[in-house]
Design a binder for this molecule. Structure first.
Ligand code: ASP
Ligand code: MG
Length: 425
């Protein structure tokens, strides 16, 4: 008999029919002899709609009131799910964040969980109920309702799983697991059986948005195994857990991100303190730099490039126009048509030659690399945006990730797989 936390995202509870399906799913776990606690997100796009309502009456809604409002979305879905279970003849009981004992700090809209007291959940389990917890919310020391940031129900699920000592935290969504790369771009992509926390964190930070990063960080810290799987099929998904001792592929997955742009500052005086001034000014203006590279200097000046999210472009321009004249440089250019490709894999730590193989693959196919950055388990390259799909496909093959097992396993067409991979829960 296992103890399971089963979290259902917004898409999985988007309509009464889908809520009934979730109820059936819970019943089958329960009837199979396991004990199960459900965690739910708000129905469909409810959270966005609630934000829209708030903004319609106040363009700058106070965070405390906004949290009060947003928390209601999950309270609707938890109650409907309890009603559906009761209608099927099962004992169910729903809990808000407060009732589930989730205590947070007081940072509204992005609160952190500080303490969990899951006694009501475990008591309910002992009495034969299926407990249902509202995701995304908690209570602060003042007794005010807080929310955990967008996508925060994942974090609730992991926290509850840890709190009650569950064997696994199942996260059901419209995505059926973690893939080696985006199947819409590379039809040879295949679903991974398992992935380590660190790999998952690198993949989510480079744009594979299947799980909230904070949930993965929490899971890593507290050793909670996550099972990311589809709410619409019985197929096994991907386990996210401590890396296994088994022999690993060098590369686990390839992510790409076209949301960044590259800024190059020309002819900066190559003297001590210049980079510090430029980058302090950018940071002070909330420009989120990712990669930074400086060329060797010629005639006492040098070029520095950095990448940042396209949404920061306005602030980057503003800052540079102000600071560059002060330090005797006044030219910068912006390249918006770039893409970042990241190879991620714990196996990299023990296999030399990953960069060489990646660079060779790009060179042999006439793709220019504009910038490079690394972490112990990630290699990222900036290339021309027009080449991104081709580069992902080439690297997928070069690192031996190609497989058609997904077609054998699921009998789905590339379009159907792509459809299942659609972002958002
Ligand atoms: N309903 C919240 C959101 O849309 C929390 C979640 O879905 O995890 O962000
Ligand atoms: Mg959601």
């Amino acid at each position: 008999m296992s103890l399971i936390v089963a979290k259902f995202g917004g898409t999985s509870v988007a309509s009464p029919e889908r809520i009934i399906n979730v109820a059936k799913r819970l019943v089958s776990i329960h009837d199979g002899g396991d004990r199960v606690v459900a965690v739910v997100s708000a129905m469909g796009k409810t959270t966005d709609e609630l934000m829209g309502l708030a903004n319609a009456v106040n363009t700058n809604p106070p965070a405390r009131e906004l949290d009060r409002l947003l928390s209601t979305g999950e309270q609707v879905s938890m109650t409907l799910l309890a009603l559906a279970l009761e209608a099927m003849g099962y004992k169910a009981i729903s809990f808000t964040g407060r009732q589930a004992g989730i205590e947070t700090n007081g940072i509204h809209n992005k609160a952190k969980i500080m303490r969990i007291d899951n006694k009501r959940i475990t008591d309910a389990l002992d009495e034969g109920y299926i407990p249902i917890v509202a995701g995304f919310q908690g209570i602060d020391a003042n007794g005010d309702i807080t929310t955990l940031g967008r996508g925060g129900s994942d974090t609730t699920a992991v926290a509850v799983a840890w709190g009650i000592g569950a064997d696994v935290c199942e996260i059901y969504s419209d995505v059926d697991g973690i893939y080696t790369t985006d199947p819409r771009i590379c039809p040879r992509a295949h679903k991974l059986d398992s992935i380590s926390y660190d790999e998952m964190l690198e993949l989510s930070s480079v744009g594979s948005g299947v799980l909230q990063s904070r949930a993965v960080e929490f899971a890593k810290k507290w050793g909670v195994t996550i099972h990311s799987r589809s709410a619409f099929s019985e197929a096994k998904g991907t386990l996210i857990r401590e890396e296994s001792a088994m022999e690993q592929a060098v590369i686990t997955g390839i992510a790409h991100d076209t949301s960044e742009m590259k800024v190059t500052i020309r002819r900066l005086p190559d003297t001590i303190g210049v980079a510090a001034r430029v980058f302090s000014a950018l940071a002070a203006n909330m420009v989120n730099m990712d990669m930074i590279l400086q060329n060797t200097s010629l005639d006492g000046t040098t070029d520095i490039s950095f990448t940042c999210p396209a949404s920061d472009l306005g602030r980057a321009r503003e800052t540079l126009e102000e600071i560059l004249p002060e330090i005797g440089a006044n030219q910068f250019d912006v390249d918006e048509d770039i893409a970042k490709i990241s190879l991620v894999g714990t196996g990299m730590k023990s296999s030399p030659g990953v960069s060489a193989r990646a660079f060779r693959t790009m060179a042999d196919n006439n793709i220019n690399i504009q910038a490079i950055s690394t972490s112990p388990i990630r290699l990222s390259m900036v290339i021309d945006a027009a080449e991104v799909e081709r580069a992902v496909q080439l690297l997928h093959t070069a690192f031996e990730l190609d497989s058609d097992s997904i077609f054998e396993e699921t009998q789905l067409s590339a379009e159907e797989i792509a459809d299942k991979m659609k972002k958002g829960r």
